[in-house]
Write a protein that binds this ligand. Sequence first.
Ligand code: GLU
Length: 270
Amino acid sequence: MKKLKVLIGSLVLVTGLMLTGCGSTAQKTDAAKSSGADIKAIKDRGTLKVGVKVDVPKFGYKDPKTSKIEGFEIDIAKAVAKKILGDENKVDLQAVTAKTRGPLLDSGQVDMIAATFTVTDERKKSYNFSDAYFTDGVGIMVKKAAGIQDLKGLNGKKIGVAQSATSKQAIQKEADKIGSKVTFLEFATYPEIKAALDAGRVDAFSVDGAILNGYLDDSTVIIDQRFSPQDYGIASKKGNDELAKAINDTVNEMKKSGELDKLIQKWGIK
Ligand code: GLU
């Protein structure tokens, strides 16, 4: 018995030492990474690779006529490129969705994400986020003809949401509070949800209000309620601390100078 205790004791000690060892290695790696290697790689390449939305009018939208991607978040990405590379045109924009943006950052295919990415405690465990550059709330769009006024009116109905978005959890929480029973259907993209709403495959389309606005037409209405504040931040890979700092400095300088407000006006964002 005593021998067993001694054995367990030494196992605990050895494991403890191993864990401490791992910790210091991880710290060393972080230090190496944050010595500017992340920024150097971008400078050597000569472009900043940014994941942006292409289906969110005013934020990140690819104009089918010109094939140009434009919007508020594209302008912010350009400001970061100007800060790091001295030229706002040195951006390489890549289309992302709520589902693909994290994996694209993980694999290094993009340096940062400026794509209506809500900062959450859960996501902060995986990515660096800048301070918020915009705050929105989750909204709900329905067909005018359905006559639905609020979340209560969605009792027993099906709501279309995007995969890997915050919308489902936010709406479920609010629905539970008022005892409204709702179900969800998840889609990869917003145009698909709008098409499902038009075809009657879902009764409502839920996502951040700013995104919903881009899909509003004569047959639809956005109900007069917003849930769960959504702070948008620019995400970058954990460990790329110099890059995270450059991004955050840019956002805060734009806030201070009034440039961010000007852009919000320029794009007609409410
Ligand atoms: N902003 C929300 C999120 O980050 C909605 C999804 C989206 O950004 O497309 O989950």
